[in-house]
Design a binder for this molecule. Sequence first.
Ligand code: UN1
Length: 496
Amino acid sequence: MSKEYKNYIAGEWCDAQSGKRFENRNPADWDELVGTFPDSNSDDVNKAVAAANESYKEWSLVPAPIRGNMIQKAGDILVARKEEIAELMTREMGKVLTETRGDTQEGIDTAYYSASEGRRMFGHTAPSELREKINMVIRRSIGTAGIISPWNFPLAIPTWKIFPALTSGNTVVFKPASDTPATATVFVEVLLEAGIPPGVINIVHGGGSTVGNPIVEHPDINIISFTGSSAVGKLIASSGGRDLKRVSLELGGKNAQIVMDDADVDLAVEGVLWGAFGTTGQRCTATSRLIVQEGVYDKMMGQLIERVDALKLGNGLDESVDVGPIVNEEQRKSVHDYIEIGKAEGAKLSIGGENATGGELDKGWFYKPTLFEDVDPEMRIAKEEIFGPVLSVLKFKTYDEAIDICNNVDYGLSSSIFTKNVNHAFKAVQDIEAGITYVNGPTIGAECHMPFGGCKDTGNGHREGGSSAFDFFTEEKTVYIDFSGKLQRAQIDTEQ
Ligand code: UN1
């Protein structure tokens, strides 16, 4: 089943110039080699950037609706290959098939949305202060985009970045996460089959320091879109800032679900189960804190612990499995370190807290879904991103206390409140410091045509998704057209 995958640079499928390769294995079954991939370095990046730069001028002149038609075709191909891509994704990063189908569908939705933007990409017009003169704004592409994507959404997140980048007229050098290079390669195949010209899209496989850094630091990369940790995001922002590059960062989260006494508790339990343990908790939008009002606390926790205990772990290709493995050994260790931290901080471990073993589970990086209660808002498990199936539960008395706890973190990506009180719902929308707030829904579930991103350490103010992505991948040009036939000086010849 294993395959030798390649880079795609300057219109050719090729190996790393060094000849080195790395392995990608199934996290649910370590014996299964998904494929081997070029272990590239700056030589390969330089070649890819040169190709992208060379192709840029011609590509930027293709009318945006025509570029959009190619993206539409990419969407059609993804539809045809959806099941195959979902299976490959489950094999390379572990999440269950229902979710990898959802991930692929998010890519399809993003294709069709981006294609439609090819016929919009609106600028605006405004009146001039002078007679016989028109003012308007058009959008221009920027150049070669460096796209660095994570492993938890191996197709959806690359499409969030690459479809708008290409529709806008930029060329792309793409470095996917080294845990999910196979899905990324299939994505590039799809783009080529859809008609994206050679050189316009390039994929370079490899590590963060060997491929990511050379992309970020390359003087001919004009624009960078990165999803990953806040620590790496800050390094990219400083490097990009020095060279005046445009940088979009989608970083960590410590998302909370608030449950008020007046909430539908059954619904809130469903919400948190999906929010905290979907994708094995490995989403930047995962529910990592549950903040419950004291009146429903016992009822909610009774139900929740029972449901967590019943979650079935296993290989995500088995349709009866609820929760897949953690992506790799190192990540499982990092999750477990947080369990030790929580225990040492004095939180109560209610369920889970160890590797899941026995039978088939011994072959992969499985971890038991975990709940901590009696968590204090100042504990590290209440403030730091864990990126695994671990939920910290905090109890509160008043609405104001819930908001204080919710906002007591450095991140601000997603959030949620379960309540039947319309005033609480709207007040939470106003008060929570986050880029996304769900009312009576879990913290996950972003739709491709809406802005996606967060405040505080979650990012640097840009948004992916919807037309916001096109704001990032284009630059505005202001155009003044004077048809008076004479020199009209703004401010000076303006009628007073
Ligand atoms: C992420 O968590 O990295 O809203 C992206 C969601 C998905 C995207 C999540 N549609 O959970």
